[in-house]
Design a protein around this ligand. Structure first.
Ligand code: 5AD
Ligand code: SF4
Length: 434
């Protein structure tokens, strides 16, 4: 009889894909099957994120909860970014943990489950050519990694310390994987990397051909069964004209772009080592709006980075006024170990941070209400992916709006025209156009 694995996934889409890789490995090599109840599992894993402090603190209380409910013989394994940066401190603080597997060592999971107190958190291991077995949570959308690691040196960010240097995965492997997923029914391919539009800068072995991210998008769009291509995250610094034009002109590339601003102040951007100015960011965002009138732009913003003055914060507010993002992920700065900014002296008072966050979010809510109401009576092509329990089916428009209509399984995996009748802040409700 097969053993059961339960896995909780925190953090970003890269972690979601790592979890799929872990399940694939455990299924094919160790006869595990996935289960959704930790109590009956033989193996409980937590795929952790360390980008902010809060989830890291929660990790140990969560391990405590699993300890109470798990079968006596069940093992607990910790993987992902917090595994990378805490390493064997995890064993010290939580002796019940059986193995610790860093975010750059996913392919070793089968060895980890069979080795008592296994630990590997190296960040120079190269998995860029490893062929993982196939497991996908969604039949309709396939995540495909295009690189590992991150070469940037953003002063607030722990990721280069948890995922190591950036290495691109060979284009032929990516295309092969996308083709296989599309043949199995995934009409949407979602490309993943820390800096996707920096693709092709370094491979693990020397290569003659120079393929950049724009070329990669075009190669994937040639796969007949692929209808939609999405990606995350691109970096504003690498948004050159070739990239924006490929994005605009390739009809299979979905018209939603994540542009992580982080701060609207050129001075703070310098302190963050982001490599661009407020003006560059605005120039790229406005060019994008000009090239693709229906584009939706999302962003990440950090408030109260060390040294952020009222005037610096106003610069962030000014950018959101000018760009009118369709979605903002806003965070209060959190000092992270192993980062440069954690040692900056001018840390901002936490209360000021909370006030700034609140102001930014409430202005964004107003902007969003205007954007949503302007979508009434529009018709979108919606690719349906998920059944909701209230008799509704949910999907995404090309420009990434969440759309729901009444319906059932027959809609899953199909793209249909939808008339928006009731646009709300979090979802647009509509009717199928016959
Ligand atoms: N504090 C707050 N937010 C952070 N992010 C990354 N590091 C930190 C930090 N130290 C945010 C950035 C990034 C997103 C994934 O998380 O906005 O784009
Ligand atoms: Fe993803 Fe960054 Fe969190 Fe790691 S630390 S899981 S790369 S968001």
């Amino acid at each position: 009889m097969s053993k059961k694995v339960y896995i909780e996934t925190l953090g970003c889409a890269m972690n979601t894909r790592d979890t799929e890789h872990i399940i694939a490995e455990l299924q094919s090599k160790d006869d595990y099957e996935l289960c959704d109840d930790a109590k009956s599992a033989d193996l409980i894993m937590i795929n952790t994120c360390s980008v902010r402090e809060k989830p890291v603190n929660k990790l140990f209380s969560e391990i405590g909860v699993f300890n109470k409910i798990k079968k006596q013989s069940a093992k607990i394994g910790i993987c992902g970014c917090t595994a990378s940066h805490l390493g064997d401190e995890i064993f010290k603080r939580a002796p019940s943990v059986s193995f610790v597997l860093g975010a750059r060592n996913v392919s070793k999971v089968s060895e980890a489950v069979k080795t008592e107190k296994f630990i590997d958190v190296s960040i120079d291991y190269d998995e860029s050519n490893y062929a993982f077995d196939d497991f996908r949570t969604s039949m309709y959308k396939a995540y495909v990694n295009i690189s590992i690691g991150c070469d940037k040196k953003c002063t607030y960010c722990i990721v280069p310390q948890t995922r190591g240097d950036e290495i691109s995965i060979p284009a032929e492997l990516i295309v092969q994987e996308a083709r296989r997923a599309a043949k199995n029914g995934a009409k949407e391919i979602f490309l993943l990397g820390q800096n996707v539009n920096n693709y092709g800068r370094r491979f693990s072995t020397k290569r003659d051909s120079k393929i950049d991210f724009s070329d990669l998008l075009n190669m994937i769009s040639e796969i007949e069964e692929v209808e939609r291509i999405r990606f995350t995250s691109p970096h504003p610094l690498h948004m050159d004209d070739k990239f924006l034009e490929t994005f605009a002109n390739n009809p299979k590339v979905c018209k939603s772009m994540h542009m992580p601003l982080q701060s609207g102040s050129t001075h703070i951007l310098e302190q963050m080592k982001r490599g661009y100015t407020k003006e560059w960011f605005l120039n790229r965002a406005l060019k994008l709006r000009e090239l693709v009138p229906d584009v939706s732009i999302s962003t990440d913003i950090i408030v109260a980075f060390p040294g952020e003055s009222d005037a610096d914060f106003e610069d962030s507010m000014d950018v959101i006024e000018q760009v009118k993002f369709e979605q903002i992920f806003a965070f209060k700065y959190s000092a992270r170990p192993l980062t440069e900014a954690a040692n900056f002296e001018n840390q901002v008072d936490k209360e000021i941070g909370s006030k700034r966050l609140q102001r930014l979010q409430s202005r964004q809510d107003e902007i969003l209400d205007l954007i949503s109401s302007s979508r009434k009576d529009k018709i979108y092509d919606v690719y349906f992916e998920e059944l909701r329990n209230n008799g509704m089916v949910a999907g995404r428009s090309d420009n990434n709006a969440l759309v729901q209509v009444e319906g059932g399984e027959e809609l899953l995996g199909t793209t249909r025209k939808v008339l928006i009748t009731n646009p709300r802040r979090l979802a647009l409700y509509g009717e199928l156009v016959k």
